[in-house]
Design a protein around this ligand. Structure first.
Ligand SMILES: Cc1ncc(COP(=O)(O)O)c(C=O)c1O
Length: 418
């Protein structure tokens, strides 16, 4: 008989996984859950209008009065319209399941009941911990080098972090899937695995086959979180989001902060099975997404918004290719250790033009660029496997011109001083 390797783990049990206090939680309900129009005297709002209306609109006629006219009302607690638009976008392209699981079923499309929207994906990261990891008792697993907020949110929630480093020294930093599976077998207190795909700072996709293996772990009762903040810079069809209709123990995170260029509105998305999404929605603050945020999100998700996003992605990828070529010509820039799936590059800086990777030199360069040249990049030399590491976000052509000139000049100065 064939074993079902590519399906939700048989050990997955949402009722025993979710924290008991969350399982019995009566979510906050407002009248607006049921009635959205009419003479609205239910929520102690101020019917006389937003206090900024006159000052902003009369002093700045270019400011959109539409955007602020309704600010005296609480926003939609459920954000159905935003959720539907996001589903439409993601249903249009899906990562193929690996061949064996393709046999077993076709994916159902995502619907709004699969979504939870948060104040950036940072809020989603935190909400998941609050639902599925009991303070002082349970743990989450991360694969460093990775996004720092998983550990910060864990600490805020008094949840320990088990670290299984990525394969260090291998291009693209693959997940050591055997080591992750072993850790999950050994420690039932781990209830969440945070995978970053494409990784920050690795800029590499996690292989879908690896994610499937963890999802199918035969004895582990927990949730795999695939953080896809940078997914739109990866090849089309790389997102695992639609998989949540097949895998009850998968949550996928995305954001409008990166490819959409909307970091200021703070909108993140968690895709999950309807049951898991319901739990996340029960826990959130009733009106966590502001009306300006959802209005602007709808514009970003409109046909025109998506076209602009795609144009900007193409420009970023072109600039990324340019930076790879031009940075590599600078004496002292070493190996590019990250992949090609994000809007940033990760590479090493050497102790001399043909020397060894050096974190002290990378740190000095980072500090001097920020303090004396007005160019701010990110020092990553303390992360595992990132000796001499710098992470550089791809800017506009003009910003990249400045970066290249200042980078070369400052690194040469540092070598001259030695
Ligand atoms: C991997 C990863 N996840 C999540 C986030 C947070 O994104 P948001 O702006 O949606 O909170 C970031 C931001 O840098 C990130 O790099």
């Amino acid at each position: 008989m064939m074993t079902a390797v590519n399906s939700t783990s048989p050990a997955f049990n949402l009722r025993t996984l979710v924290r008991p206090n969350i399982l019995v939680l009566e979510p906050y309900r407002c009248a607006r859950d049921d009635y959205k129009t009419g003479v609205l005297l239910d929520a102690n709002e101020n019917a006389y209008g937003p206090s900024v209306l006159n000052s902003v609109v009369s002093q700045d006629p270019t400011f959109s009065s539409d955007l602020i006219a309704g600010l005296h009302r609480y926003p939609d607690p459920h954000q159905e319209e935003v959720k539907q638009k996001i589903c439409d976008l993601r249903n249009a392209s899906t990562a193929p399941l690996t061949s064996s699981s393709q046999l077993s079923s076709k994916l159902k499309p995502l619907s709004s009941e699969n979504l939870y929207v948060g104040v950036g994906s940072d809020e989603c990261i935190d909400t998941l911990i609050r639902c599925f990891a009991a303070p002082g008792r349970q743990k989450l697993l991360t694969c460093p080098p990775t996004y720092g907020m998983y550990a910060v949110a864990a600490q805020v929630n008094d949840v320990k972090v088990v670290k299984v480093n990525l394969e260090l020294g291998t291009k693209g930093f693959p997940v050591r899937v055997g080591a992750v599976l072993d850790e999950l077998s050994a420690d039932p207190d781990i209830t969440l695995v945070y995978l970053c795909s494409p990784g920050n700072p690795t800029a590499s996709l996690v292989s879908p086959g690896v994610v499937e293996k963890i999802l199918a772990h035969p004895t582990w009762n927990g949730i795999v979180v695939a953080d896809e903040a940078y997914i739109d810079f990866a090849p089309d069809g790389s997102s695992l989001a639609p998989w949540v209709t097949k895998y009850d123990n998968l949550v996928v995170l995305q954001t409008l902060s990166k490819a959409f260029g909307m970091a200021g509105i703070r909108l993140g998305v968690a895709y999950a099975s309807a049951a898991v999404a319901r739990i996340l929605n029960n826990v959130k603050a009733p009106y966590n997404i502001s009306s300006p945020t959802s209005e602007l999100a709808l514009k970003a998700l409109s046909t025109a918004g998506l076209a602009t996003m795609r144009t900007n992605i193409a420009a970023i990828l072109e600039q990324r290719n340019r930076l790879v070529i031009e940075l590599a010509k600078i004496g002292g820039v070493g190996e590019f250790i990250g992949g090609d799936d994000a809007n940033f590059l990760l590479f090493r800086v050497l102790d001399k033009p043909d020397g060894q990777p050096s974190s002290p030199v990378a740190l000095k360069l980072y500090e001097r660029l920020a303090q004396t040249k007005g160019v701010v990049i990110r020092f990553r030399g303390k992360e595992p496997g990132c000796e001499g590491g710098l992470r550089v976000t791809i800017g506009t052509k003009e910003e990249n011109d400045v970066l290249l000139a200042k980078f070369a000049e400052t690194l040469a100065q540092i070598y001259d001083e030695k």
